[in-house]
Design a protein around this ligand. Structure first.
Ligand SMILES: O=C(O)CCC(=O)c1ccccc1C(=O)O
Ligand SMILES: [Mg+2]
Length: 336
C-alpha cells in the first residue's frame, strides 16, 4: 500500500523531501529574530517541523509527530469556517504596540509582559496604549510566561488589570499549577494555563479544574491536531489554540485544530503571521476583520525557494531532523 506511506516511514524518507526555510521576523519575539525550520511533504499535504533551537532533541519529538500527522493524515472535519484571533503584541514600545493593534483589525489583543529585565511600568504603558488603540469594547489578555511568584503576580496583575480597564485573562502568570490555583483565588481576572500543559510530563493527564479557567493548546508541542484535541477535552475548561510563531503550514494545522474543537468561546492565538516578514505560501493565513478563514493552504514552490535557508541552517536542520526522527521512531516502536 504505497499510498499510505509517508514521511513517517524512515528518517531517510523524511529527509528526502525536507525543505529548510528561514524567514526574518518583523519584531523580535521570544529572543528570536529569524524563524526557521523544515517543511515536510507527504501524501496528505505538508507538515512543519520548527522547534526552537534551545529545545532538546527529546522535546522535539511531539513537534515531529505533529508534522508527520499533517503530511500523512490531514485533519478532522471542521465545525466552523472562521476562527477569531488575537493580535499578538511583543515587548515593543507603546506607540508601535498601538500601531500594530490598530492595523490588525483584531478585537482581542494579547500583550507579552514580565519579560526578563523589563520594568512593570513599561508593561503598564504598553497595555494602556493597547487599550487606547482597541477602544473600550476590545478584549486584552496578557502572557507572563510563568515569570512571577504568587506574591509578585498579585500586585502586578491588579495594576495591569487597571491599565487594561479589565483583563480578559492572564496566561501562565506563575510557573506551576499549584501556584496558578493559589493565585486564581486572589486576583480578579481569569487564569489561562500554557506551559503548565505543554511542559507537563503527560499533557493528556493535565486536569486544570481549580488551577485555570482556560487551556492554551498548541499543535506542535502537543504532538498534533488529534493529540491536542484530546488534551483540550481532558483539561476540562475552554481551549484557546495558539501558534508557536509558525509559518503558513504550521498555522494551517492550528486553524484545523481550532476548527475541529466542539466549543470556541475565545479568540485564538493564531494571528502571529504578522510577526513574519515573509512566508512559505503566497496567501498565508492573516486576520481579516479579526478572524482567519478555515481553508487549506499549501506552500508555493516559488516561495519555498525564496525563503530557503542558507548552508549553516540547512545543515543544522537536516541533522536535527535525522536525530529527532530516530528518537521518534524508537519511541513509536516502544509504544506498540
Ligand atoms: O498566543 C499568541 O497569540 C501568540 C503565540 C505565543 O504567544 C507564543 C509563541 C511562541 C512560543 C510561546 C508563546 C506563548 O504563548 O507563550
Ligand atoms: Mg503563552
Amino acid at each position: 500500500m504505497t499510498e499510505d506511506r509517508g514521511p513517517a516511514d524512515s528518517p531517510a524518507e523524511l529527509l528526502a523531501g525536507a525543505r529548510v526555510f528561514s524567514v526574518p521576523m518583523v519584531h523580535r519575539f521570544r529572543g528570536v529574530t529569524v524563524r526557521e525550520g523544515v517543511l515536510l511533504p507527504g501524501p496528505a499535504g505538508w507538515g512543519e517541523f520548527a522547534p526552537f533551537r534551545d529545545y532538546s532533541d527529546e522535546q522535539c519529538v511531539p513537534w515531529l509527530r505533529a508534522a508527520i500527522e499533517s503530511a500523512t493524515v490531514g485533519w478532522p472535519e471542521p465545525r466552523r469556517d472562521r476562527v477569531p484571533v488575537n493580535i499578538i503584541v511583543p515587548v515593543i514600545d507603546p506607540a508601535r504596540a498601538a500601531d500594530l493593534v490598530a492595523a490588525s483589525g483584531c478585537r482581542t489583543a494579547k500583550v507579552k509582559v514580565a519579560d526578563p529585565g523589563m520594568e512593570l511600568a513599561a508593561d503598564l504603558d504598553r497595555v494602556a496604549a493597547v487599550r487606547r488603540a482597541l477602544g473600550p469594547t476590545g478584549a486584552i489578555r496578557i502572557d507572563a510566561n510563568g515569570a512571577w511568584t504568587v506574591a509578585e503576580a498579585i500586585p502586578a496583575i491588579a495594576r495591569l488589570d487597571e491599565a487594561a480597564e479589565g483583563l480578559e485573562y492572564v496566561e501562565q502568570p506563575c510557573r506551576t499549577l499549584a501556584e496558578l490555583a493559589e493565585l486564581r483565588l486572589r486576583v480578579r481576572p481569569k487564569i489561562a494555563a500554557d506551559e503548565s500543559i505543554r511542559g507537563a510530563a503527560d499533557p493528556a493527564a493535565v486536569r486544570l479544574a481549580d488551577a485555570a479557567d482556560v487551556a492554551i493548546v498548541k499543535v506542535a508541542p502537543l504532538g498534533g491536531v488529534r493529540a491536542a484535541l484530546r488534551i483540550a477535552q481532558g483539561a476540562g475548561v475552554p481551549a484557546v489554540v495558539s501558534s508557536a510563531v509558525d509559518s503558513a503550514v504550521g498555522l494551517t494545522a492550528g486553524i484545523a485544530l481550532a476548527a475541529a474543537l466542539p466549543e470556541l468561546p475565545y479568540a485564538c492565538g493564531l494571528g502571529t503571521g504578522v510577526l513574519l516578514a515573509d512566508d512559505v505560501c503566497g496567501r498565508p493565513p492573516r486576520p481579516v476583520d479579526g478572524a482567519l478563514e478555515v481553508v487549506t493552504r499549501a506552500p508555493d514552490p516559488d516561495r519555498i525557494d525564496e525563503v530557503a535557508a542558507g548552508a549553516e541552517a540547512t545543515a543544522y536542520w537536516r541533522d536535527r531532523l535525522r536525530r529527532v526522527a530516530l528518537i521518534t521512531q524508537a519511541l513509536t516502536q516502544g509504544r506498540t
